[in-house]
Design a protein around this ligand. Structure first.
Ligand SMILES: [Zn+2]
Length: 121
């Protein structure tokens, strides 16, 4: 029963770790261009793609006091709070890709090129 009294953090651990790891740094030759220190991706409005997904899930899962603390600590920016609204209003960016061949056309057997009669027959 003691476990029931333990406060459970609803935010996954990887989210907090990613928010800590992915930090911007200014490239030496790229004037004003920011890149991620950890994965090297270009730093956009919400950081690199990894940080953006972490920030999105943080805003989505964390309780208001935790979000406030993250804002004060600099792990989250006020712009990141908008990720929650935009989360569901995507314009199909995560749509499933269509199959490369029409549905009535069977994909060619890749083994046929090797002329294995036992396999292709
Ligand atoms: Zn990164």
């Amino acid at each position: 029963m003691a476990l029931l009294s333990v406060p459970v953090d609803p935010v996954p651990a990887w989210v907090k770790i990613d928010l800590q790891l992915h930090r911007p740094y200014r490239t030496f030759f790229g004037f004003g261009h920011l890149r991620c220190e950890w994965c090297g991706e270009a730093w956009g409005r919400h950081g690199c793609p990894a940080r953006e997904s972490a920030a999105r899930l943080f805003v989505y899962t964390a309780r208001p006091p935790a979000i406030e603390a993250a804002l004060l600590g600099g792990d989250l920016t006020p712009i990141d709070l908008r990720l929650r609204r935009g989360a569901r209003s995507g314009t199909g960016r995560h749509r499933r890709k269509p199959r490369p061949y029409p549905p009535d056309h069977q994909p060619p057997n890749p083994l046929a090129a090797f002329h294995f009669p036992a396999v292709t027959a």
